[in-house]
Design a binder for this molecule. Structure first.
Ligand SMILES: Cc1ncc(COP(=O)(O)O)c(C=O)c1O
Length: 361
């Protein structure tokens, strides 16, 4: 099959078709180099230009102030669960907010490195909501506070930039980075695995305020020390050249779409269509997240039985809609509708939801 399906996968996720087409065009020879980006030295001027373009694209879209560094790292967002405490705890303690499955993993890993206060969690109520900023009581002397702005598995999202009264805010934004404008100056560190809204898997982006680099303890393993990436232009060793190249193409595409404000508008509209279909189903489809915390990126819902959920996903697949099964840890249905996911795919799903309910409700 050569035609594209509607890919609702949570990640690796759908890429913008024009990006794939451009990568295909440039695959045998990038900019007249006579070789692909995968074949060229990462120390060549050609690749340096590729890396700087990717960084410049991210800086421009996010409106990054000059005192923030962009680092391309390895090990996905998961490695950041370790790097954040290793680099930033500094013998003190950290505050963590746990609103879903990824927050659980982050806090579990941080506990290996030092004392951690879980200042808020929605674990008991099944990860359906997020706190309002004024519900949070930070410990005054925390080295940092960590939260996940969009819980990919549970489908709950913070719709505001957290403020912690001077405590450095660290955010796992893996699944909603670049989906809307944010006020970067409120964050000390933002990290994200690339494979949802930024590019392919295998690269993680870390945006770090430069004063944080000064508090990193000496003696960390080289590749787990943010300073190593900051001082080597993200190339302490051979980086994921292909991934970084694609990030540059994705940022070009996003700029052509009108930037983050424009894509946010489209994301809101796509999510609205889906949540309206859920709400109008007389309880046949039940959204997992509470209304105010509903994710615009990962729409999670249940059907009356697991058997119906399975049938729903199988029939959807037959109609060219894949990746709808909820994460294996929670089940249910999850429609991931990142930046590159087309509106037509959402309307196709909404139509199918209505037909499926008529046939099975
Ligand atoms: C919010 C969030 N954090 C962390 C991760 C882990 O990312 P990685 O697989 O890049 O380590 C994911 C993966 O889906 C995620 O969605």
């Amino acid at each position: 099959m050569n035609s594209r399906i509607f890919n609702f996968s949570a990640g690796p996720a759908v890429m913008p078709a024009p990006v794939l087409e451009r990568a295909r065009e440039e695959l045998l020879s990038l900019g007249g180099a006579g070789m692909s980006v995968m074949e060229m030295s990462h120390r060549s001027p050609e690749f340096e230009a590729v890396l700087h373009k990717a960084e410049a694209g991210l800086r421009e879209l996010l409106g990054l102030p000059a005192n923030y560094r962009v680092l391309f790292t390895y090990g996905g967002a998961t490695m950041q669960f370790s790097m954040v405490p290793m680099n930033l705890l500094g013998g003190g303690h950290a505050d963590y907010i746990t609103t879903g499955a990824w927050g659980e993993k982050a806090i579990a890993e941080a506990r290996r490195f030092g004392p951690v206060n879980e200042i808020f969690t929605t674990r008991e109520s099944g990860f359906r909501s997020v706190p309002a900023n004024d519900e949070l009581a930070f410990s005054g002397d925390a080295a940092y506070v960590h939260y996940c702005s969009n819980e990919t598995i549970d489908g709950v999202e913070f719709h505001y930039d957290l403020e912690a009264g001077g405590i450095p805010v660290v955010c796992d934004a893996s699944s909603n980075i670049l989906s809307r404008p944010i006020d970067v100056s409120k964050y000390a560190l933002i990290y994200a695995g690339a494979q949802k809204n930024i590019g392919p898997s295998g690269v993680a982006v870390v945006i770090i305020r430069d004063d944080l680099l000064e508090r990193i303890p000496d003696g960390l393993p080289q590749l787990l020390d943010y300073r190593t990436y900051a001082s080597a232009d993200s190339m302490p060793n051979t980086p994921n050249t292909w991934g970084i190249y694609l990030i540059g193409l994705v940022t070009d595409w996003l700029s052509e779409q009108g930037g983050l404000a424009a894509i946010a508008e489209r994301n809101r509209e796509k999510a609205r269509l889906l949540y309206e279909a859920i709400d109008a189903s007389d309880g046949f489809y039940r959204g997992h997240a509470e209304r105010e915390a509903r994710s615009l990126m990962n729409v999670t819902f249940r059907l009356p039985s697991e058997e119906l959920e399975e049938r729903f996903c199988t029939e959807a697949e037959r109609r060219g809609m894949s990746g709808l099964r909820g994460h294996r840890s929670v089940g249910g249905v999850r429609a991931s509708i990142y930046n590159a996911f087309p509106r037509e795919g959402v309307t196709a799903l909404v139509e199918f939801m209505s037909e499926f309910r008529d046939a099975n409700g």
